[in-house]
Design a protein around this ligand. Structure first.
Ligand code: SF4
Length: 557
């Protein structure tokens, strides 16, 4: 049995798209034992990168982002990448791989998946004794980078804290970026030298930037040796879908539902072919011997071979997990595969409560299609359902709020049992680069009233469980989505005051910044804080889509 010190000294090439120079390693680490940890000897690399997920391990290791970035960075012989998460159990903020502090790395790279994690970005820097504001950092401090959907959406709220933002997809920019960083002994002192790189936004320069993306998903790497925590099912470190091998079957979505950020900053939809997925499965199961496959991608329901992929997975005796499915994509074949793959619960996202609301948000499907999908799942033994709804939409009426309960009860009446239908109701957060970027966040009293109405409708019916995002937190999320650099001051103060709702109230009061200034309805010709970020959609397209939505909302009131 090797000692812990010996295990830390292992250095081996990562398995990546069929490179079979890999060996399975299990490490007993301070936080959580894992399969396929990559531990490099820092004496043999040119650059060390702390990959920071500003939330807990369980959340960070559920999807593909951390696993992919970890593999991409470690695939380079000259780079050692280690992961840091927000502590789950008050453990020290140290890297999983070698128990090092953020301050020890050359580069600190955040992946920004959710706006509400911005306080955790500042917290991680503060707790590591790195001045959060870039102007206060010295040449001894690491270069701070951020990427992910929130960086592409609107980098401005964190612009005073981050040296460089990646706008778009990592694969398209990572190598030139790392090469450029290596050119400088103190890259943070030369950030203006990065503004010419495609997909890189430099807040100190405020350059205009175009989103970069991978053209062909089949040619993009997929990690085969994925990190899996070797913990008990009930452990707080267990990822949301358990021990899974994750395959990104689709990237992006071309449907452009008017409220959806990913539909606008992630287009176009790109598929991984069935042949490629079969190859990944064959190899991946050698290096990541788990029993469950998690298929992901926002446009997954639109994959032209989705049924074949699911059948291929279950024919290998593997379990299957997909996060959600569009009602119009549900078929007998698909439901049968999911049931065979032991998917116990499925998520459908009608988003709008009625055909009228779904037309306004450009999510065109009628009630019958949603009910039919729920019926098909039930017939195949999938007896638990989650339904997502958005409230606070343009032109919404009380009747439309009540329609959430009507549709949900119609579905439950198909034969769903006790506690088997989970209703998730969330207010619209207007997002940059979508046609709703000019719309207001609904008032908190209005959202509370909608929620009260719904609770009344479901009261006493034990088939349902209802959850919702706290409207005050949703309002802060909208503020962070739609903010500028002023907003960053509030984020910093809120972090220093503890990050809770009371901290936000105090930070807003002391900084004299108004939430409503950012979350009000805006004029279509008003300058917006993210105007310098071009994601590939013209403003005229978004204006046309906004006008269509407003017309739909007004016409049928
Ligand atoms: S809501 Fe779903 S279908 Fe619509 S644009 Fe977003 S990812 Fe695509």
């Amino acid at each position: 049995m090797p000692t812990r010190a010996r295990l830390f000294e292992f250095h081996y090439p990562i398995t990546f798209n069929g490179d079979n120079t890999h060996a399975l390693i299990v490490t007993q680490l301070p936080l959580v034992p894992e399969l396929n940890v990559i531990k490099k000897d820092w004496r043999n690399v040119d650059l060390t990168v702390a990959l920071c997920f500003p939330n807990v391990y369980r959340t960070g290791m559920t999807g593909m982002t951390v696993r992919l970035l970890y593999a991409l960075l470690n695939a380079r012989e000259d780079v050692a990448c280690e992961r840091l998460f927000i502590p789950t159990r008050r453990e020290p903020l140290r890297s999983i791989e070698s128990n090092r502090s953020l301050k020890d790395f050359d580069v600190v790279a955040f992946t920004l998946q959710y706006e509400q994690d911005y306080v955790n970005v500042i917290r991680m820097l503060l707790e590591s004794e790195i001045p959060p504001r870039r102007d206060n950092r010295t040449s001894k401090d690491p270069l701070v980078i951020a990427g992910g959907p929130c960086a592409t959406e609107n980098p401005e709220p964190l612009a005073e804290f981050v040296d460089l933002f990646v706008i778009g997809e990592a694969e398209a920019v990572l190598d030139p970026l790392i090469n450029r960083i290596k050119e400088f002994e103190k890259p943070a002192k030369h950030v203006d030298e990065f503004a010419d790189l495609k997909g890189v936004y430099v807040p100190a320069v405020s350059n205009s930037v175009n989103r970069v993306w991978v053209k062909n998903l089949n040619e993009a790497p997929c990690p085969l040796a994925q990190q899996v925590p070797l913990v008990d099912q009930r452990s707080p470190y267990m990822p949301v879908f358990g021990k899974t091998f994750v395959i990104e079957a689709v990237r992006g979505c071309s449907r452009c539902c008017r409220f959806c950020l990913i539909g606008h900053i992630g287009h176009p939809k790109r598929e991984r072919s069935l042949t490629k997925i079969d190859e990944i499965l064959d190899e991946g199961m050698r290096y990541t011997p788990v029993k469950k496959i998690s298929l992901i991608g926002p446009g997954l329901s639109d994959h032209s071979k989705l049924e074949d992929i699911c059948e291929s997975i279950v024919s290998r005796g593997l379990e299957l997990s997909i996060p959600s499915i569009r009602a119009t994509a549900v078929t007998e074949r698909l439901a049968k595969s999911l049931a065979q793959g032991k998917q116990r619960r499925i998520t459908l996202a009608p988003d709008g409560s009625t055909l009228r609301m779904r037309t306004i948000i450009n999510k065109n499907m009628d009630d019958e299609q949603i009910v039919d999908a729920a019926r098909t799942f039930l017939q195949h033994g999938i007896r638990r359902l989650k339904l997502y709804f958005v409230i606070g939409l343009l032109g919404e009426t009380t009747e439309e709020i009540e329609a959430i309960a009507r549709l949900s009860k119609r579905i439950a009446d198909l034969g769903y049992g006790l506690q088997s239908v989970h209703i998730s109701v969330n207010p619209l957060i207007p997002k940059p680069h979508t046609p709703f970027q000019w719309e207001a966040f609904a008032s908190i009293p209005y959202i509370r009233e909608c929620l009260r109405l719904l609770r009344k409708q479901f009261r006493g019916d034990r088939r349902f469980r209802m959850s919702r995002l706290d409207p005050r937190r949703a309002h802060i999320q909208a503020f962070l989505s739609l903010g500028d650099r002023e907003v960053g001051k509030v984020v910093e103060l809120a972090t220093r005051y503890g990050g809770g709702l009371g901290a936000w109230r105090r930070a807003l009061r002391e900084s004299k910044v108004s939430l409503d200034k950012y979350t009000r309805r805006k004029e279509l010709d008003e300058p917006l804080p993210w105007d310098h970020v071009y994601v590939g959609l013209n403003r005229s397209f978004l204006i046309e889509e906004n006008k269509r939505a407003r017309k739909e909302a007004a016409a049928r009131m």
